[in-house]
Write a protein that binds this ligand. Structure first.
Ligand code: SF4
Length: 353
């Protein structure tokens, strides 16, 4: 099995993935690419919350040309997502994108692929081959009878072979499905075959709750095994939600720096203050903080500080008040209505120190 440290390094603009590099967070714009103002605005918002690579759909030449202006106005690497039309790939590369997502077997013959590959070589641009269980070739499905890891791998092999025959190895691979087990098993199998870096994700994962569960189940298992160089958590929502989720998942595996952690008890009959709005506000606040600090919001003073003994700082609820604690030790009482404000202040103070 190939773990992350042994994957081939691939440069995407100013970011290198693979090898010993950290797992990188990606998302995709849901604006029209040709609406450059809206797309640039969305990418800047995504950059602000921690998106490291952004992908835009290229449906026609107008989109491909729009990428130039987008690229000039953003700081993170830009990926052009292309299906079927090699001319869109060529135009996107001319516009200055940092990576192409395209399946070489689907762009109409080797001559077309060759033109794209030559351009990518000239500009040092990698190609991501993205296999999706929903769009496997008929011949592959006929052979295996259904979607399975072997079918996904065979589909990828055809595309990889085309690029390798042209001596092109700046490849990233992804295998996506809405099925958690199929996703995991395919990536596991792929990691025994190729050393190309892999982009992880569960596709069509649904709304936030469904996606967080499916994506954490699949990506968690893979990340734990050292597989995955970039990730996306696809959610039917504003892509900002995806970035926040990616950061929290990577934090859970200690694969990201400068991201806070939040501990919260589930509440029970001992909770004597209005804790839930407080923990929600603190979560929102922590999403704006860049530091490795562990914050706890706990329901009662009897068990709170003890249960959250690993936290750097936190609140344990009393009767309509909270007790501020640091490293498990109670420091002072704060009236309920002042908890959010005081805790934020204390967190910022602790970070400064
Ligand atoms: Fe219940 Fe207190 Fe534990 Fe929260 S910390 S779950 S309120 S015992």
């Amino acid at each position: 099995m190939i773990n992350r440290e042994n994957t081939r390094k691939v440069k995407i603009g100013n970011i290198t993935i693979g090898g010993e590099n950290k797992v990188v967070i990606q998302s995709m714009c849901n604006t029209l690419t040709k609406d450059t103002a809206a797309t640039i605005k969305q990418i800047k918002q995504l950059e602000d919350v921690g998106c490291q690579i952004i992908r835009c759909s290229v449906l026609d030449l107008e989109d491909a040309y729009a990428l130039r202006k987008i690229k000039e106005n953003i700081s993170i690497p830009l990926v052009a997502d292309i299906h079927f039309d090699y001319r869109l790939a060529l135009a996107s590369i001319e516009s200055g994108v940092d990576k192409i997502r395209l399946n070489p077997g689907n762009i109409g013959g080797k001559e077309n692929v060759r033109k794209v590959v030559e351009k990518c070589k000239e500009k040092n641009i990698p190609i991501r081959i993205g296999i999706n269980s929903g769009s496997l070739e008929k011949s592959v499905l006929d052979k295996y009878g259904h979607n399975c890891p072997e079918a996904m791998i065979q589909s990828a092999q055809r595309h990889v072979d085309i690029l390798e025959e042209m001596d092109f190895h700046d490849i990233v691979l992804s295998f996506k499905s809405s099925d958690v087990r199929l996703t995991v098993e395919t990536f596991l199998l792929a990691s025994t075959i190729w050393d190309y870096p892999m982009h992880l994700g569960v596709t069509e994962a649904g709304t936030k709750d469904y996606s967080l569960i499916k994506s954490s189940a699949a990506l968690g298992e893979l990340l734990r095994k050292g597989i995955g160089d970039t990730i996306r958590i696809s959610i039917s929502d504003n892509p900002i939600v995806e970035i926040k989720a990616c950061k929290k998942l990577l934090k859970a595996y200690d694969l990201i720096a400068n991201v806070p952690d939040l501990i919260g008890c589930p509440t029970c009959g001992r909770t004597m203050y209005d804790m839930l709005p407080i923990i929600n506000e603190i979560e929102e606040f922590l999403e704006t903080v860049q530091a490795d600090i562990k914050v706890a919001v706990m329901g009662c003073v009897v068990n709170g500080p003890g249960e959250a003994k690993d936290a750097d700082i936190g609140i344990a609820g009393g009767i309509k008040e909270g007790l501020l604690f640091k490293k498990g030790q109670v420091v002072r009482k704060i009236p309920q209505e002042k908890i959010v404000e005081e805790l934020k202040k204390e967190i910022l103070e602790m970070i400064k120190q």
